[in-house]
Design a protein around this ligand. Structure first.
Ligand code: SF4
Ligand code: SF4
Length: 183
């Protein structure tokens, strides 16, 4: 359930980062929707497509995440990714870094990732692949150095393991999506 007090406000991150059909064609991830009138919201608000009416990013669903997590402020778009994971866990949370990659080391994010992994909730990290390319992602729960850093409450070790995970995404070979294809 979404949180009634959370509003999109000036945010339009999903209007850029997601792939969806608009005006009969697929808009690639990483390209701003042509109807976006940032920072004043959607230019066709009253007639926007159904997908835009029904979509809410993960920030709207997670009650513990305050205003500072709204994607245009945090530069983190949260989605839910279907399981099962490689180690048999079910649906998980994906943190997609849409701005500075250094946001991965933002303390509230590191603490939230640690809480989720401690609770055995699946966690994914992803970064934009660029328009027309797949977003590289990595599953975090089965990285031993990360679990170890979290268990020992060692921020430096946890951050070092996250940095390695981030480099898996950065170094991942660029993969073009099929023409008009979704991720
Ligand atoms: S990314 Fe989330 S907060 Fe931002 S406009 Fe989309 S649904 Fe609203
Ligand atoms: S139609 Fe409006 S709400 Fe939908 S993606 Fe485009 S700008 Fe965003």
């Amino acid at each position: 359930m979404t949180h009634p007090q959370k509003t999109c406000g000036a945010c339009s991150v999903c209007c850029q980062e997601l792939t969806f059909e608009i005006d009969g064609a697929l808009k690639p991830a990483g390209v701003m929707c042509r109807h976006c009138n940032a920072p004043n919201g959607c230019g066709i608000h009253t007639t926007r497509p159904q997908i835009c009416r029904s979509y809410f990013c993960g920030w709207h669903y997670l009650p513990s995440l305050g205003e500072e997590w709204r994607p245009e402020k945090s530069e983190i778009l949260i989605s839910f990714r279907e399981g099962p994971t490689p180690d048999g866990l079910m649906d998980g949370v994906e943190f997609h870094l849409v701005g500075s990659l250094d946001k991965l080391f933002w303390l509230p994010l590191v603490e939230y990732i640690a809480t989720l992994i401690t609770d055995n909730d699946p966690v994914y990290l992803s970064i934009p692949g660029g328009p027309g390319y797949q977003s590289p992602w990595v599953y975090l729960n089965n990285i031993p150095e990360l679990r170890d850093g979290i268990t020992r409450r060692d921020f430096a070790a946890t951050a070092a393991a996250l940095r390695k995970a981030l480099h898996v995404c950065i170094d991942y070979p660029k993969t073009r999506l099929p023409e008009g294809g979704k991720e």
